[in-house]
Design a protein around this ligand. Structure first.
Ligand code: HMG
Ligand code: MG
Length: 301
């Protein structure tokens, strides 16, 4: 098993979709370009959902056209349905991410439909992606806990993953949307999913609401997971999971992985600077402990 851990930086989408104030397209573009300079292999650049549902992402086409894509870096965007896929393709996306959930109540709140209906919406996107060679990522939300239903059964996660694999998804990201998971439950859930999806096609996506994300990731690395989602300075939350905080901060994740001797290709110093920059742009607290500590270390020599 390779030591390299592929980091999927989701701040420009999962982070900024939840910002209360307006974030200009030029700030989004600069953020993505800075993250490219940090060396992330994958940066989720926006979302083509209904602008009525998530107005913060209404300018994703403009953003996608405005960034300076670097060779070898992938820039997926979130799409909920065929309409989103078509808008994303028109804006130049070469990879899209669809999403569903392992909890019926969350699926209803997030996409106004049941899990089965959300899978049915994904089907034409999957066909379109296959037809034109678009890489297809899929998220399963609420893999460990649901804000409306409580603890989620790993068997349910595996069942949803099996359907997504049947549709031809290249990769499935397992989302602990609420951040309630702990290392034991996270590991058991990944093991259940890996019964139906090869581990190299699974990613983990932890929100850090309960401060468990790094511990959960460490436990999942043990199962063979080598793709991890994170968000610069811990940006984010979920508009349909009240109280959920942002993803694990990318700076904290990179600090841990490099400490473990697991390469990521990400320049930690450049990332820390980017985390400080976006926090000040948004007038928001920097939620990365490593980021803050390293900034402090630099300041005091
Ligand atoms: P709906 O209202 O049930 O659907 O929304 P609809 O098909 O009846 O469409 C309603 C209106 O939206 C229509 O316009 C459509 O044309 C338009 P109108 O006729 O009223 O003028 N519309 C669109 N417009 C632009 N782009 C589109 C699109 N689709 C429809 N793609 C829908 C259903 C799924 C569209 C809606 O519920 C939606 O957009 N939901 C997105 C919610 C969202 O973005 N949540 C956050 C992202 S998921 C997440 O953060 C979790 C994740 O990070 C993993 C984790 O942490 O667990 C990924
Ligand atoms: Mg998320």
């Amino acid at each position: 098993m390779s030591d390299f851990v592929t980091l999927v930086e989701v701040g420009p989408r999962d982070g900024l979709q939840n910002e209360p104030g307006t974030v200009t397209a030029s700030t989004k573009i600069e953020l993505i370009d800075r993250l490219s300079d940090c060396g992330f292999p994958v940066i989720e650049a926006g979302s083509f959902v209904s602008p009525k549902w998530v107005p913060q992402m209404a300018d994703s086409d403009f953003v996608l056209k405005g960034i300076t894509p670097r060779p070898g870096i992938r820039y997926p965007v979130l799409v909920p349905n065929l309409k989103g896929f078509e808008r994303a393709k028109k804006a130049g996306a070469r990879e899209v991410a669809v999403f569903t959930a392992a909890s019926e109540s969350f699926s209803q709140r997030n996409t106004n439909c049941s899990i089965a209906e959300s899978i049915a919406r994904i089907e034409p996107v999957a066909l379109g992606a296959k037809a034109d060679g678009t890489r297809l990522r899929a998220y399963v939300s609420c893999v460990l806990g649901c804000p409306y239903e409580g603890i989620v059964d790993p068997a349910m996660v595996a069942q949803v993953c099996a359907k997504l694999i049947d549709l031809g998804c290249d990769e499935i990201s397992l989302g602990d949307t609420l951040g309630t998971g702990t290392p034991g439950s996270a590991k058991a859930m990944v093991q259940a999913a890996s019964d139906v999806v090869p581990i190299e096609r699974l990613a983990v996506h932890f929100h850090d609401t309960y401060g468990q994300a790094l511990a959960n990731i460490l436990a999942c690395l043990d199962t063979g997971i080598r793709t991890v989602d994170s968000s610069v300075s811990g940006l984010g939350g979920c508009p349909y999971a009240n109280g959920a905080s942002g993803n694990i901060a990318s700076e904290d994740l990179v600090y841990m992985l490099h400490g473990l001797g697991l390469p990521t290709g990400v320049d930690l110093a450049a990332l820390v600077e980017t985390g400080a920059w976006i926090s000040s742009q948004l007038n928001r607290r920097n939620n990365s402990k490593s980021g803050l500590a390293l900034l402090n270390t630099d300041a005091t020599g």
